[in-house]
Design a protein around this ligand. Structure first.
Ligand code: AVI
Length: 326
């Protein structure tokens, strides 16, 4: 399952260590490679190199998502403030370096800021800096794999919760997983909570495919890095030059699919396993679902949200929605 819960660019590097977590990762990788078609979870993009590559992706001309979302926040600050109100408990899912939420502090004036990410360790540094810049906002960093559970500590205020989930990270879930996740957020909202969420919109396939297959080859390197990372965990012998990055828009499912395609017939081996690939055979590494404006509002409604206000950028490429728990 994808783990879009963290701000991947800022997530602490996952390096193989000892213990049950590594054994679980090895088992997951081996099972994925033995699957037909083969697959590797997108979480293996994000080691130290992969996180830096994702940061670079966000700067690329072709990857419009980050800029479009930032423009929406900037151009609609007043309307967002009116919809969300002041003094919320701002719960930032996948906060990473907390930069996106911090840019909204002047707009939202949160009463409490709760950055949530898989690594509490990583959050602490970002929060320490942020806290000295905003001494009046109590901050409570929470280390939590929130794709698994949204059980927040008791110190998180129950009233006026605003869940913040930007960056189209929801798009890395299947629609079913997305609905389950949104329903869980709805449950954690309490009676007067809300969500502020960013999602990428369906558009011309050429624009989407360029966003996931840039001219500089940064996304190709990001994708191939999953093999390098898999080698570290699994002790496998993926030779990266044997693989080619493929990004295509699947119009049936409205999703960008990323794959790695074998350039020749080859066999990958690891302790206790092996998988042969024909030339042209692929490993599926990521889905990034795109929504229509109406489809996304319907999804929010089906998960217990209402009173939905959405904003888009001038090119109508990206959507930010505020929706209340009803
Ligand atoms: C993290 N996530 C929202 C990105 C996306 O657009 O699906 C991951 C990504 N994959 C390739 N480029 C960016």
């Amino acid at each position: 399952m994808p783990r879009p819960q963290s701000n991947p660019a800022a997530r602490g590097a996952a390096t193989p260590q000892f213990g049950a977590a590594v054994e679980a990762a090895r088992a997951e990788l081996a099972a994925g490679l033995n699957h037909h078609p083969a697959r590797i979870s997108p979480k293996y993009f994000y080691d130290e190199i992969g996180s830096k590559l994702f940061e670079s992706i966000c700067l690329l001309d072709e990857y419009y998502l980050t800029r479009a979302e930032a423009a929406i926040f900037l151009e609609n600050a007043g309307a967002i403030a009116r919809a969300a109100g002041q003094g919320a408990t701002l719960i930032d899912l996948g906060a990473g370096n907390c930069a996106k939420a911090a840019s909204l502090f002047p707009v939202l004036n949160p009463k409490q800021y709760v950055p949530v990410d898989i690594s509490a360790e990583f959050l602490r540094g970002a929060v320490a800096k942020l806290q000295s810049a905003h001494p009046g906002i109590p901050m409570l960093p929470v280390g939590l794999d929130f794709a698994e559970s949204l059980k927040l500590p008791a110190q998180v205020q129950a009233q006026n919760r605003l869940f913040f989930y930007p960056g189209s990270s929801l798009g890395n879930f299947t629609p079913l997983q997305a609905a389950q996740f949104l329903t869980r957020i709805r449950g954690a909202c309490g009676p007067d909570g809300a969500i502020l969420i960013g999602i990428d919109l369906v558009k011309d396939a050429a624009i989407l495919e360029a966003a996931y297959d840039d001219a500089l080859g940064v996304t190709a390197a990001f994708n191939l890095n999953a093999l390098r990372h898999a080698n570290e965990f699994l002790n496998s012998d993926f030779y990266l030059r044997d693989w080619r990055h493929v990004a295509l828009f699947n119009t049936v499912h409205n999703r960008i699919e990323m794959h790695l395609e074998a350039r020749r017939a080859l066999t990958v081996t690891w302790p206790g396993g092996a998988r042969s690939f024909a030339a042209g055979e692929r490993i599926h590494t990521e889905n990034s679902y795109k929504y229509t404006r109406r489809g996304f509002a319907e999804l929010l409604e089906s998960c217990g949200f209402g009173d939905i206000t959405c904003w888009t950028d001038t090119a109508q490429s990206f959507l930010v929605c505020h929706a209340r728990a009803i």
